[in-house]
Ligand binder design. Sequence first.
Ligand SMILES: *[C@@H]1O[C@H](CO)[C@@H](O)[C@H](O)[C@H]1NC(C)=O
Ligand SMILES: *[C@@H]1O[C@H](CO)[C@@H](O)[C@H](O)[C@H]1NC(C)=O
Length: 396
Amino acid sequence: MLQATMILPLVLTTLVTVANASPLEPNKRLDNGLGKTPALGWNSWNVGGCSTATAANALTAAKAFVNLGLKDLGYSYVNIDDCWANKNRNSNGDMVADPSKWPNGIKSVADQIHGMGLKFGLYGCSGTQTCAGYPGSQGNEVRDAKLLASWGVDYWKYDNCYTPSGNSSGRFMRMRDALAGSGWPIFYSMCQWGNDAVWTWGRSVGNSWRTTGDITNDWASAAKIGAHAGTIAGFAGPGGFNDLDMMEIGNGGLSAAEERTHFGLWCIAKSPIILGTDLSKISASSLKIIKTAGLLAINQDPLGKAAAPFKPSGKPAPVSGKLYPYWAGPLSDGVVIGLIAVDAAATLSVSFADVPGLGAGTYNWTEVYGGTTGSGTSVSASLGLHDMAVFKVTKV
Ligand SMILES: *[C@@H]1O[C@H](CO)[C@@H](O)[C@H](O)[C@H]1NC(C)=O
Ligand SMILES: *[C@@H]1O[C@H](CO)[C@@H](O)[C@H](O)[C@H]1NC(C)=O
């Protein structure tokens, strides 16, 4: 009894203090003016995991953006993932860049990348540690956001390891508020693996939110993430997009056809396109795919609506969890149709009368991978296993 009366005021004081420090408003928008269209960039993780989080790799990727013509196509964010920091904060409580990986610190690299007309991104975690055991930001959100701002960091990927149990939204809102108060515009890329139905509240917190756990370098993973994206397409819009995870194009686990579908699906679903390969070694075939201007234009369409599966008359209905062959979505100047040979090589055809946003009649179309054009009441594509055709359809 005595104990209970003594403890209660202490608990109340603690609750009040925390609430005053971080008043979380669930419906407040992160109005940072960023992410009106999905982010286009590169991230170090899929290249070499922990070992790639270095200044040298960031600068190599930035130079490749310029030299390979990726910058001209709109790719702008050069992002470093986990393992850039020292394992411990300094005596002030700040995170410190590992001097063996960042001999001149983070800011000098960010400055050089800004000087090339590009942007620089970094990685952190909403728990006590990052997934690889480096400092997490839990309880240090305001301090860390100010440090990022002082370095000129433009993009912050915020992960979900070493976190307390319970709904993740509060943790992610705390960093939203810290970034908003940092004095520097920072794209907020939420990476909590699709937990807590993040797509239903992500728009009020960040510029993008991961929809699933990590992608792996194989067709089954890309197909599964793509199938899931079709069920949550309606939550994407300017300023906040479903993030289907970083690209595996160029990493050897996908055929050329599968790389076309991976890229095509991510583009029409309005996912950020964050390349994840060593750009200094990328093959001509993979480079051609990531430079498909017609698909990048669809991904960056200002309307910002994601394509979703639709059922043409006479075709089997979608099966939950399985990639569907027929996709469509609105564009500011037309409609995009995606056709995927999911189970076997196939000739897939759709009549415009069956396509949401079109309807019976004659339209002009362009197949954006091959560049073929035509006019008529339907489109058709003969595709190898796991290949994709993407049609942009416009009024005659
Ligand atoms: C988590 O919290 C958010 C925002 O408060 C809410 O919209 C969402 O439904 C919650 N998710 C779950 C699974 O409880
Ligand atoms: C549609 O295609 C026809 C034939 O190529 C062309 O003459 C016409 O200008 C196109 N219409 C539009 C609006 O682009």
